[in-house]
Design a protein around this ligand. Structure first.
Ligand SMILES: NC(=O)c1ccc[n+]([C@@H]2O[C@H](COP(=O)([O-])OP(=O)(O)OC[C@H]3O[C@@H](n4cnc5c(N)ncnc54)[C@H](O)[C@@H]3O)[C@@H](O)[C@H]2O)c1
Ligand SMILES: N[C@@H](CCO)C(=O)O
Ligand code: NA
Length: 815
């Protein structure tokens, strides 16, 4: 046989009761011999409590009584055929009259005893079970309503009565014999004492009833039907990716529910636990979902932990002092004291020096705990052997739970890495010696971020979400958005990764959306709902949104963002940038940024600073990391200038060719940066620094391409005007090269720690002779690549390839 227990929400409405009927009918028809336990309709128990309290103070309760009647009568009207309704109305009405009389009695006496309260509250289960059994009777004639008060015998501890197991077992067994072929609807939550007075079983009482019946009747399973898909891996209100675990051991379920997962109340499971009867948590509103099975064995699992539980609000009390050292009785005295006063200690840690004890309690209990400690240890305090207890507030507990942790090394490493990488400070740690649970105490403001980060870290096969704040929506920014949008499904399917762009700013406007800005319509969103751009505010918002796996992308050509990089790293946010300014300012700044990123365990990726999407920065980095030594770099690293000299041939004019390069998106926003050599200088400087040379910008020997007048132009327009005038100068260069069978190349070199960039004319024997389009080329001569250099070549400018490089950096963040 099976026990099917339905909670209040499952019997809350006509619709949900219809769903319950389907589930019970199916089980009955399948020959599973179900026994059904129902809670009161949702809200009814609370309402009855309120009515009882009102009665005791002579406040009116009649309207509430009418409301109760209406709610139950509505179900009867809708779910029972008219010809069968009358006797059901009559019986419900009789029960309502009983209830009213009892309430009147309470009102007359102006006194509400625990006993009367239990009796009043018990009506909720009796209404619902009687009513639903009558609905069921239309389909299964053998249906019968059972008032559990006659079978579950308890002591007289009203409100949370203790069950007399032996007696209860006998009574239930005889019930099952006399009702062998019946479909029973049993009231949850209630029992009675030896005098026959109704008692209630306290929190989780209906689950307890189900477990008691299941245990006595040796049920194959006990199904707890509720409104969620089982026990989830984390609080779904905070962790959107939380999912239902298919199997948990009893102990795991206890640990998980201890810290938050309120699906079941663990003590109610004990009768089932002792008989090794599996409990299955299922969803009435999604009956095909298999739910969570709670059983004796933890079962095999793809994940090293079963879930993450949390308590959002906790206070920590710290006790320290020399008086504790070697005093074996100290913690015994402390915790006996707290237990005696019913202060629940959530977590304890003690340093191995025994110099201090830290424990966590519910914030409401903290002041009382401190007072108790002060009184109990008065002498120690006076003698200065103990310091006055210190309370820390606004803390949360996060715990990873799972029996498989025992057998898996590295679990705490993974936990602390995830927390550390996201800048979450751990205040205290506790691991049960069972290794079933590792708990950490963290600042309350970080709980959401921590839960998500830890969830990603342990359920890594699941989707990982990167939260992106992007600055700059020009050539590169806009192209990047398009690429991310196009690859959304690919990333999900192949990399289990989702990129959410949650903040966008250009120099005019900015917009935020924690759910991710739709990249199909970001321009409209920015125009319609964007606020005035303010970089300081943008950074501030990014920080306060406090998201896990957070990345800042700088797709601007401005200096301003780089002044915030240090602060961004300190907030444990990674940076991806195609903007070269941060890495090519002073060496001190370069060093500081790299150092800060390293210290905070976040990524600083800037592959597109050199040669756009071509793998140059990472190639050099790999060479250096693996201990190779750089001998020489020779390179053409200006896509714009490469394009110009590849196309400034025949009849072409220099001026027009520059304009084309700009139109094709190769140039910097200000093309003088390209033609003046600054852009190339930056790239060479970055490579030199990455190769270990502490160079400053002025150390680079920068040969000019342009006549002085062009260099001196005060605006882009002036610059183009000067360029037009310089046509004859460039034509003569072109002719000279042609006459010598050469081509013009702007070549950078790094050798012996010295960087130079100069215009050269090379013939076809030179490896840089054959280039086309915006091609870049770089050759690394190293200790290992000595005879023939390592060469990277390809398009080194343009929105498509640059955005692709930024994209690649982005998906590698945290990898
Ligand atoms: N074009 C290429 O081939 C290429 C290759 C590699 C790297 N890059 C780099 O890409 C970057 C962007 O180039 P682009 O062609 O897209 O430039 P762009 O002029 O088209 O776009 C720049 C964007 O930055 C925004 N912006 C500027 N200052 C800002 C601020 N303070 N706050 C917020 N937004 C700001 C602008 O509003 C604009 O949206 C540059 O640093 C460039 O060096 C370009
Ligand atoms: N303006 C740059 C873009 C690539 O960094 C160039 O022409 O090389
Ligand atoms: Na690159």
């Amino acid at each position: 046989m099976k026990v099917l227990k339905f909670g209040g929400t499952s019997v809350g409405t006509v619709e949900s009761i219809s769903a319950v009927l389907e589930i019970v009918k199916k089980s009955y028809d399948n020959g599973e011999k179900p026994l059904v336990v129902l809670s009161a309709m949702s809200g009814v128990t609370n309402l009855l409590t309120k009515m009882a309290e009102h009665a005791a103070t002579r406040l009116p309760f009649e309207d509430d009584l009418k409301f109760l009647e209406d709610r139950h009568f509505e179900v009867v009207k809708k779910l029972i055929a008219v010809k069968f309704q009358n006797p059901v109305f009559t019986k419900l009405k009789l029960m309502l009259n009983d209830l009213e009389e009892i309430l009147q009695g309470v009102s007359a006496l102006k006194e509400l005893s625990a006993q009367s309260k239990d009796l009043i509250v018990s009506f909720g289960e009796r209404f619902s079970n009687y009513m639903v059994s009558k609905v069921m009777e239309q389909y299964v004639a053998q249906t019968e309503f059972i008032d559990a008060a006659y079978y579950v015998k308890t002591d007289s501890n009203f409100g949370h009565a203790q069950v007399n197991e032996e007696l209860t077992q006998q009574l239930i067994q005889s019930l099952s014999h006399s009702h062998a072929d019946k479909l029973l609807f049993v009231t949850g939550f209630i029992g009675s004492n030896d005098k026959g007075r109704v008692t209630t079983l306290g929190r989780g009482g209906s689950d307890y009833t189900a477990a008691i019946f299941g245990a006595v009747l040796q049920a194959s399973t006990i199904e707890i039907w509720t409104d969620v898909n089982g026990m989830l891996t984390a609080d779904p209100r905070i962790v959107k990716k939380a999912f239902s675990q298919s199997v948990l051991s009893y102990t795991e379920a206890m640990e998980l529910s201890y810290f938050g997962a309120k699906v079941i109340y663990p003590p109610t499971m004990i009768p089932a636990f002792l008989k090794k009867i599996p409990i299955v948590i299922r969803n009435t509103f999604e009956p095909d979902f298999p739910g969570t099975t709670i059983q004796f064995e933890s079962g095999k699992s793809t994940f090293p932990i079963k879930g993450i539980s949390s308590i959002s609000d906790i206070s920590v009390i710290n006790l320290s002092g020399s008086g504790m050292i070697g005093k074996s009785g100290f913690s015994g005295r402390l915790f006996t004291l707290l237990a005696r006063e019913q202060i629940n200690v959530v977590l304890i840690t003690q340093s191995s020096s025994e110099h201090s004890i830290t424990f966590a309690v519910n914030p409401d209990d903290a002041p009382k705990a401190v007072d108790l400690i002060k009184a109990e240890f008065e002498l120690e305090l006076e003698a200065n052997k103990l310091q006055v207890p210190v309370v820390e507030e606004n803390l949360s507990v996060l715990a990873i739970v799972g029996e498989n942790m025992k057998r898996t090394p590295g679990m705490s490493g993974r936990l602390f890495y995830a927390l550390g990488r996201n800048g979450i400070n751990v205040r205290a740690i506790a691991q049960g010696s069972s290794e079933l649970n590792i708990s950490v105490i963290i600042g309350k403001e970080n709980l959401g971020k921590a839960l998500n980060a830890v969830h990603d870290a342990f359920f890594a096969q699941l989707k990982k979400t990167l939260y992106v704040f992007n600055l700059g929506t020009g050539n590169i920014g806009a192209t990047l958005f398009r690429q991310i949008a196009e690859q959304h499904n690919f990333l999900l399917e192949n990399n289990d990764m989702e990129i959410k762009v949650v903040g966008i700013s250009n120099s005019r406007k900015m917009v935020f959306d924690v759910e991710g800005i739709d990249l199909g319509s970001w321009t409209d969103t920015l125009e319609a709902s964007g606020e005035v751009a303010d970089l300081a505010l943008f950074i501030d918002r990014m920080r306060t949104m406090n998201l896990p796996n957070c990345v800042f992308i700088d797709n601007t050509a401005s200096k301003l963002p780089s002044t915030y990089y240090e602060e961004i790293f300190k907030a444990n946010i990674s940076i991806v940038t195609c903007n070269k300014i941060a890495n090519s300012g002073t060496y001190a700044q370069y060093q500081l940024l790299h150092e800060t990123a390293r210290k905070h365990g976040v990524d600083f990726f800037y592959e597109t600073n050199v040669g756009a999407g071509l793998p140059i920065v990472r190639v050099l980095k790999d060479l250096m990391l693996s201990g190779d030594r750089l001998v020489k770099i020779e390179a053409i690293l200006s896509g714009t200038i490469s394009y110009i000299f590849n196309n400034f041939v025949g009849e072409a004019s220099f001026y027009e060719t520059v304009k084309q390069a700009q139109a094709l998106g190769y140039t910097e926003p200000d093309p003088r940066d390209d033609l003046g050599g600054v852009d190339f200088m930056r790239k060479m400087l970055i490579l030199a620094r990455d190769a270990g040379y502490a160079l400053e910008p002025e150390d680079v020997d920068l040969g000019a391409i342009l006549p002085q007048a062009c260099l001196a132009a005060s605006s882009v327009d002036d610059f183009y005007a000067e360029l037009l005038k310089a046509d004859s100068y460039f034509n003569s260069l072109k002719e000279q090269a042609a006459s010598e069978g050469k081509v013009i190349r702007y070549v950078g070199k790094l050798e012996n720690g010295h960087v130079s960039i100069a215009l050269e004319m090379v013939d076809d024997s030179h490896p840089f002779y054959a280039l086309s389009g915006s091609d870049n080329i770089i050759s690394f001569t190293t200790e290992r690549y000595k005879e023939r250099p390592l060469v990277v070549k390809g398009p080194g400018a343009g929105a498509e390839v640059t955005a692709a490089g930024v994209f690649a950096d982005l998906v590698n963040v945290g990898a």
